[in-house]
Design a protein around this ligand. Structure first.
Ligand SMILES: NC(=O)c1ccc[n+]([C@@H]2O[C@H](COP(=O)([O-])OP(=O)(O)OC[C@H]3O[C@@H](n4cnc5c(N)ncnc54)[C@H](OP(=O)(O)O)[C@@H]3O)[C@@H](O)[C@H]2O)c1
Length: 327
């Protein structure tokens, strides 16, 4: 089997989780880490026993031994980082949100096609066994006609102004960072294109949404009521309600359980356990399989779905007139 050598661009918090997750997989290695922050690439590569360390991104894309790159910088840098990788013929896995807006994603699609590169957004929830099973249950009409999706995702903490959630120059805000998860759950259930979109945001002192709320309409009386926040404490759960019952997904972002409540039947808990350090293993494993099969995109999260998500978030932000630097 072809060994895949990975490079990492941006050696911050999430890059460490990626390094832990990849250790669970065979025939793939992180060969190099690159960071613009002094000493960070050395620290990262030492921590995870990675051979090569670069203090700039050009060197990692010039490394002929690297096949694929995981981009773990903050959202505002994703476009330029992905572009650099594609221009050097590297396959790309990039953290969510894929870019800041849909126009950037569309530009990258052309570049990926021209350079024959695989490209996928790391929206890890979509690749989890519980979520795959959810799609299977819904396809079987287990809860009958589906009427609503309710989902919220909150991380409440004392984040300083420079933190990526608050910092407008890093494309901060609850929507792009957290809201993408409940929006994804709605997309999994109802598809990518709501017919009507209403939203509301609490814009804080930093000029980004601290909390935001989305009401999406789909065909035939279907609605999604969703929210995201880094200011309020709330359960991060999803509930899908239908004519014959409902499914509750505690901590749906990293779903390990589906609570099945069917009319006139005892409720049932279906479990899909995995360890914390395996959070990203499912998406990485899928990407590797696609690369080995010479695919340019994922069939679980094809680039059209990513583009549709970026378009939806563009529409929501336009309702609040929230623009990021350079837009
Ligand atoms: N999938 C998930 O569950 C999950 C969870 C958290 C975050 N994420 C995503 O992962 C990405 C990174 O998040 P993170 O928490 O790892 O971020 P982070 O640690 O704050 O930053 C990641 C990297 O981005 C660059 N960076 C950050 N702030 C910068 C600044 N002010 N100026 C210049 N460069 C800066 C640095 O790259 P260098 O190392 O090159 O200096 C840094 O190492 C985000 O897009 C986020 O949405 C995903």
């Amino acid at each position: 089997m072809q060994n895949i050598n990975w490079g990492i661009i941006g050696c911050g918090a999430i890059a460490h989780l990626f390094a832990q997750a990849i250790k669970k997989l065979d025939n793939c290695t992180i060969l190099a880490g690159a960071s613009l922050t002094t000493g960070r690439a050395e620290h990262y590569t030492k921590t995870h026993q990675i051979q090569r360390s670069y203090s700039d991104y050009q060197s990692i894309v010039n490394d002929p031994d690297i096949n694929a790159i995981y981009i773990a910088t903050t959202h505002n840098f994703h476009f330029e980082n992905i572009k650099l990788c594609l221009e050097h013929g590297k396959h790309v896995l990039c953290e969510k949100p894929f870019t800041v807006n849909a126009q950037q994603t569309t530009t990258l699609v052309t570049l990926a096609n021209n350079n024959n590169c695989f490209m996928m957004e790391c929206l890890w929830t979509r690749f989890l066994p519980a979520i795959k099973h959810l799609s299977h249950l819904l396809a079987q009409d287990i809860i009958g006609e589906i009427h609503t999706v309710k989902a919220s995702f909150s991380i409440c903490g004392d984040f300083p102004p420079e933190h990526r959630l608050r910092n407008k120059s890093l494309a901060g805000g609850a929507l792009l960072d957290l809201g993408i998860y409940p929006l994804t759950l709605a997309a999994i259930v109802f598809g990518e294109t709501p017919t009507h979109i209403q939203s509301s945001a609490v814009i804080g002192e930093d000029g980004v949404d601290e909390s935001s709320y989305y009401l999406l309409e789909y065909g035939q009386g279907q609605r999604a009521m969703l929210s995201a926040s880094f200011m309020e404490h709330a359960p991060s759960e999803g509930i899908i309600s239908g004519s014959r019952g409902y499914i509750r997904i505690p901590d749906f972002i990293g779903a390990q359980e589906l609570h099945l409540h069917l009319n006139n039947k005892p409720s049932k808990i279906l479990t899909f356990p995995f360890n914390k350090d395996e959070n990203f293993t499912f998406e990485i494993s899928h990407a590797i399989e696609c690369i080995r099969k010479n695919k340019n995109q994922s069939d679980i999260l094809p680039i059209d779905k990513t583009t549709a998500m970026m378009t939806l978030m563009d529409t929501i932000r336009s309702q609040w007139r929230l623009k990021y630097p350079g837009e």
